[in-house]
Design a protein around this ligand. Sequence first.
Ligand code: SAM
Length: 282
Amino acid sequence: MTSTRDRPAGTLHIVGTPIGNLKDLSLRAREVLGAVDLIAAEDTRRTRGLLSSIGLKATLIAYHDHNEAERAPHLLDRLLDGESVALVSDAGTPLISDPGWRLVRTALARGIAVVSVPGPSAVSAALSVCGLPTDRFVFEGFLPRRKRQRAERLGALLSEGRTMVFFESVHRLTDTLRMLSEQFGGQREAAIARELTKAHECVYTGSLAELNSRLGVEIPLLGEFVVVVAGAHVIHSPEEAEALRVFSLLCAVLPPDKAVSLSARITGLPRNAVYRLTRKKD
Ligand code: SAM
């Protein structure tokens, strides 16, 4: 996009940074952070620390939850003036429970190029080591602080069939685990990923009831946590149950796609419906 000013508009780079281990900063992130005119950072001191660890100096400007509304127009002006800007958060991927979506939205609306420089995120890191199904998942971010709202949010997730990912602070972890166990049932499988990529990284797996009882004993209440909870078991109609039974028999002797097609013909369910059923955990 060419701005109404003399130079073409600059690019907004959304740059992922480490969630604990500095070695996780990508080569491309370094290159971009070293090349842009301005880095918009959630906490400039923290980002300055990251930059100095790799021998970079840069012009930084604070961009966080509390000054987003006032800073966004300033950053847009600079982008329209042809400057290149990188947005970083304290850790991980900006916009993932971190500020930035309003800036990205406005930049896109003004025709400014927005480029991703992907890096670590506690969401993907936790999913990759939790041992729960990851083909479909839902990221719930932080649950509401107030207990009533938290209970309501969990209530709305009762029949959620996908694996659920929650961020939680150490102060609320015990309460949240107890509520999860009460509302979803103690038998539900879950994982707690603690201090990912750091020296004390640990993943604790088990039922919600087990994890609850290990909390504060075997699981230190210290550091940063992601809680991953398995989705609800899917209740099948008799027709769906029959299709799954037929599919599981045919699967032993046929390739999966043929077993799906034949199960659909035998049970009269649409092929897509049978295919979706076979992709769900039950
Ligand atoms: N944007 C970040 C990302 O992409 O990972 C997340 C920022 S959010 C404000 C911070 C939360 O992420 C923490 O409270 C914690 O739940 C989770 N988190 C961040 N780093 C973590 C780590 N190293 N280990 C476990 N959880 C982490």
